[in-house]
Design a protein around this ligand. Sequence first.
Ligand SMILES: Cc1cc2nc3c(=O)[nH]c(=O)nc-3n(C[C@H](O)[C@H](O)[C@H](O)COP(=O)(O)OP(=O)(O)OC[C@H]3O[C@@H](n4cnc5c(N)ncnc54)[C@H](O)[C@@H]3O)c2cc1C
Length: 444
Amino acid sequence: MTRERLYGWGRTAPSISEVLSPTSEDMVAQELAHATSVIARGLGRSYGDAAQLSGGLVLTNRSLGGIGSIAPDGVVIVGAGVSIDELLAITIPLGWFMPVTPGTRQVTIGGAVAADVHGKNHHRDGSLGDHVLEMRLVTPTGTFNVSPTMDPQLFWATIGGMGLTGVVTTVTLRLLKIQTDKVLVDTTRYSHLDDVMAAMIASDDDYRYSVAWVDCMTKGASMGRAILTRAEHATRRDITGDSLVAPKSAHLRVPFNAPRGLLNPVTIRTFNEIWFRRAPKRREGEEQSLGAFFHPLDGVSDWNRLYGRRGFVQHQFAVGDAQSETVVRAIERLSSSGVPSFLAVLKRFGPANHGVLSFPIPGWTLALDLPIGPLALPGVLDDLDEMVIEAGGRVYLAKDSRLNPEAVRVMYPRLPEFLDIKNRIDPQHKLASDLARRLHLVGK
Ligand SMILES: Cc1cc2nc3c(=O)[nH]c(=O)nc-3n(C[C@H](O)[C@H](O)[C@H](O)COP(=O)(O)OP(=O)(O)OC[C@H]3O[C@@H](n4cnc5c(N)ncnc54)[C@H](O)[C@@H]3O)c2cc1C
């Protein structure tokens, strides 16, 4: 056991915890029996304080490894500590891909299930929980197999439950069959936010993958200009060659924290401008590798250090289709505030699953990366929360570092149901995290 200072990807709000890496399910069970306060941790890619616990015990899941053989229908049992990167290194050469992947491969399967992660295909395929058949879950009151039919309440509280129902040790997943390691990408540049949003709605049924990068630094007529990329997996007939090669690891690394002020309105505006101009007005059927399309940021490791010592927050919210105007108002608010923001990521969400605290709701999700520092930032974030609440939407807990308990109760109306389930398997309220304490999710 070691004492460590832990923080999330945004590098804000660190805290000190005891850290242990259990190597077996029995060891996890023993730790849960003896600890007074405990939480699981994966690769620490949640942005805020979800995977740390001040003064408590953090169980890193990285030694809970193992990848079973893949059945002919793509079903595989994976250790919760295996990263998507490690899993894809095995599965892609065999012609299988993750049914849902977040924007980085550097997350563990346990962390991905706990956040019920979504990808660029939510409108088509839902979130990761929709592809999980079963899990082994160690709780303070016992170890269970849970699935949509075996204790479905506990299963759906764990999908998106941010580690607060126990430690997942293995996950049975159904993978997606692929014929090649390429996607065919259509790219279109839009000068107006309304146009890109209309195009995304119109093509919900036409593409498996869809994402828009929105420039939040421009005002006036070009406010919210965007680059939309939509893609399908390439089949053997689409391309020459049928290679199935897994993406390579990062070859670049940010070695130290960038000096304060490196990312300011001028540098970020310039970056956004270059990005926008580099994109073609319209290009169809471009072959891209799986890594380049799904995980473009994985090419540089530790890129979060570019934000300097003070770090950054990501504000990601979801609102329904009838509240499209909230997306426009949020970008307006940001672009008029002077708070710098790299290109924001806009995606479509399809139907929600049964995850009690799962984030997606049908409609839109917008993710904004904002460096800590500008005086206007706290006010902008509060305004965004207010807009989201007014629209009946919610902020993503895996990205959050600053919501308050009242806001979360409104955003996640099934919270009382979640706490009932948590009380059943954790009557002594052992499962906790800094996020859970901050948002009053530890117990009733
Ligand atoms: C560059 C980048 C891009 C991203 N893109 C997306 C995206 O497109 N879509 C998306 O949905 N998310 C995205 N994320 C967020 C990320 O997918 C989630 O935060 C994910 O949970 C991180 O997994 P992790 O292994 O790092 O877990 P951690 O961050 O270490 O932990 C996250 C949560 O999982 C819990 N947990 C971890 N392991 C277990 C376990 N074995 N059992 C039970 N609970 C466990 C922790 O307690 C914590 O609450 C992105 C993050 C980054 C840095």
